[in-house]
Design a protein around this ligand. Sequence first.
Ligand code: OOG
Ligand code: NI
Length: 454
Amino acid sequence: MSAVHVSSDDIRDQFSNAMSAMYQQEVPQYSALLSLVASVNTDVLAADPTLRGSLAANNELARLDVERHGAIRVGTADELAMLRRMFAVMGMQPVGYYDLAAAGVPVHSTAFRPVDDAALSRNPFRVFTSLLRLELIDNPELRQQASEILDARRIVTPQAVALIECFERQGGLNAEQAEQFVDQALETFRWHEQATVDLATYERLQQEHRLIADVVCFKGPHINHLTPRTLDIDEVQRRMPQVGIDPKAIIEGPPRRRCPLLLRQTSFKALEEPISFADAAQGYHTARFGEIEQRGIALTHAGRTLYDRLLGEAKNAAVAENDAHQAHLSAVFEDFPDDEATLRREGLAFFHYHAVPGAHVAGPVDADDVERLFEQGMLTVTPMIYEDFLPVSAAGIFQSNLGDKGHNGYARDANQQQFEQALGVPVIDEIALYAKRQQASLQRALAQLTGNGG
Ligand code: OOG
Ligand code: NI
């Protein structure tokens, strides 16, 4: 059968809208957060026409309102592999490897997201996906019990599995199948007020680590937050209490900059929600929250190394209050160049290259001519936005929602190989992706300048 296929970008867009609608209904505070972010974004754009122009030039403006990421946590290799196939239907691939064990969270993670320019500007919906590392549970009986509970559940509906298989066979889904797929896929991420275990089991797992109870005791990997993108995270953080939202103490990531770097994030604290257990006992579970993010420029290996070094230096004098923390960070980050020309010349960040309209050069040019073309005003750049996550920030977000009790870090090493075995494919290297996109934009711009391009 060969009806016309809906594009994966369309399916992702439909799914991300459906997920947002479901989460707004499940967690009304998330709706309040969305309104706050929309009004701050409107204010920022009105006050800063240059920013508006640059976002518009980069196709960033249209995606701002649909922009969000979510996060889920799964328990087994099979669950992770099945979700990889589900996300592939939506054009989302596993990018990056994040080890959270060092920060006391017994998971490792990747982000499922679109990878090419067109898909990213259409709808960049990303899902930060963590796999529980059961091997980090010390108590062998508890480990065994958790593993049996997980093996007995199916987190994807049979209809969704059938549609995934159909997609893999046909290379696409028709409109009706796509609609069914979105409905069925959504079921995996729904909240369940009933735990699948009795209260005593829940408490034992909770005592080992709150995250383990969250992953093991429910029917599936409920979406635990969604995150809209703001253009001014400091302002949203300031205004959150005015709309009845209680933010976490500190904005994670780099400080405020003229040229925003990577990713800054803050969240509101997880809600305590009533749960009933398999033995009919009543209790509470805390897992779901809301988060906001502000995205800046993607960094090269060199830029990222500098970022990690400065963040490490700033951590040594960690302060618990946000204004003081930000002031301290800003001082430490004075060693990081804060203008686009230097970031580019020193190879610290990634850019999109553009030929100046109407400009023309005779003869062949190559990458060695780039500086000269800049000086002659033939080439310009705009920042390439960071589409990924940051492990230290992610650990901060996890921890603020697991209570501050914390865990002193699991001694075991990161294990990307084990993660990729579970996933069934290697994760894509995010830095290589940015480099490839930058290179393609430069080639396109040079071809335009010499009249060989569109
Ligand atoms: C994921 C926390 C990390 C982010 O944006 O860095 C995260 C989780 O709590 O499952 O969402
Ligand atoms: Ni998040």
